[in-house]
Design a protein. Structure first.
Length: 86
């Protein structure tokens, strides 16, 4: 997964050591600095971003629908029925 400048694979202990060097700067306990924790952090972060994007897309669609309903004269509150039928 990781390669040296020469194209050789980086060893598991070297990757763990590099991650642990970054732990103090990131404010993470050094014993938590390992590839497994890094992978879990990536998974959780990407899941949160995806959920936020879904929520933003849903809000944008709702706003577009409300704008469209207002432009054709439908009520936005309540049942959203045409105003002529109220």
């Amino acid at each position: 997964m990781f390669l040296t400048r020469n194209g050789d694979p980086v060893g598991r202990t070297a990757v763990t050591g590099a991650i642990r060097k970054l732990c103090p700067e990131a404010g993470v306990p050094e014993e938590r600095g390992n590839p497994r924790s890094l992978r879990r952090l990536y998974q959780n972060t990407s899941r949160e971003i995806y959920c936020n994007l879904e929520r933003l897309a849903e809000q944008a669609i709702n706003t577009l629908l409300e704008t469209e309903q207002l432009s054709i004269g439908w009520r936005v509150e309540g049942v959203n029925a045409p105003s002529e039928m109220s």
